[in-house]
Ligand binder design. Structure first.
Ligand SMILES: [Zn+2]
Length: 257
């Protein structure tokens, strides 16, 4: 499932590719996306990431909002021939962007452009005090809290495991038991890990590919996720895999307290 670094990777690639370009045509292939109107003739002013949503800001005051959900991806193709699982297309002079999505959960819609800033995004703007006041005291598990988009934008299972491992915090802890010092560690490592993920164009463990169909390289940076039974690179202990809320958590019981 694409998380913040994957969505940021696509947003940056789109910004480089289509910023300033006019949409020649658009086409919906999947009835589920029929609500997406015709955007022919509009120009892309800027491409932004809002949490895990990609916003294509148009010159008519609206934005196209794309959310990839589980298996959605965006693919640049010079050819307008629909790729397998292609659900929607917009065409520019130089090529096409397809929404490709085998499980059909991804959404595309058009809405009036919103200007308010997101305050819970560790890359584009994070209001630490607001988080500490409204979120940190909640009676939920710390990993669940990190993955709650209302608390922090864009962190899913892979990056949540990595952040807690590097911060030395057990994924079994209740969020409300973390001290200010521990939260600061979490924010600090979260920023570093997300930035590294962006630099490496995302984590291609299963089906993540960037706009040009290339794998990311962040899977080579993972220290906890997917490493059950292997040696912890921080303390030499053994990484374990447990189930939390139906998802796999990878952590080191020896150095994550
Ligand atoms: Zn360890």
């Amino acid at each position: 499932m694409p998380e913040l670094p994957e969505v940021e990777t696509l947003s940056r690639q789109l910004q480089n590719k289509i910023c300033g370009c006019a949409i020649l045509t658009s086409k919906v292939y999947d009835d589920k996306l029929n609500g997406m109107g015709n955007v022919q003739g509009r120009r892309i002013l800027v491409v932004e990431r809002r949490g895990k949503t990609i916003a294509l800001r148009l010159n008519d005051g609206n934005s196209i909002l794309i959310h990839l959900r589980m298996t959605g991806r965006l693919l640049w193709q010079e050819s307008s021939i629909r790729p397998k699982h292609g659900r929607w297309r917009i065409t520019f002079k130089e090529g096409n962007i397809f929404l490709v999505d085998p499980r059909r959960f991804a959404t595309v819609k058009i809405e009036k452009t919103r200007n308010e800033k997101i305050e819970n995004d560790l890359i584009t703007g994070f209001n630490k005090n607001s988080f500490l006041e409204k979120q940190a005291g909640r009676k939920v598990n710390v990993k669940v809290l990190l993955m709650d988009p209302k608390a922090i934008a864009g962190i899913g299972n892979i990056y949540a495991c990595e952040i807690l491992h590097r911060a030395g915090i057990s994924p079994l802890r209740q969020a409300s038991t973390l001290s200010l010092k521990e939260w600061n560690k979490v924010f600090d490592y979260a920023k570093r890990i997300l930035k590294k993920g962006i630099e490496k164009r995302g984590t291609s463990i299963s089906d993540w590919r960037d706009l040009y169909g290339c794998k990311g390289e962040n899977q080579n940076e993972l220290k906890a996720y997917g490493r059950a039974g292997n040696c912890c690179l921080i303390c030499g202990g053994t990484i374990r895999r447990i189930k939390q809320g139906g998802r796999s958590t990878f952590y080191c019981p020896h150095c994550q307290k």
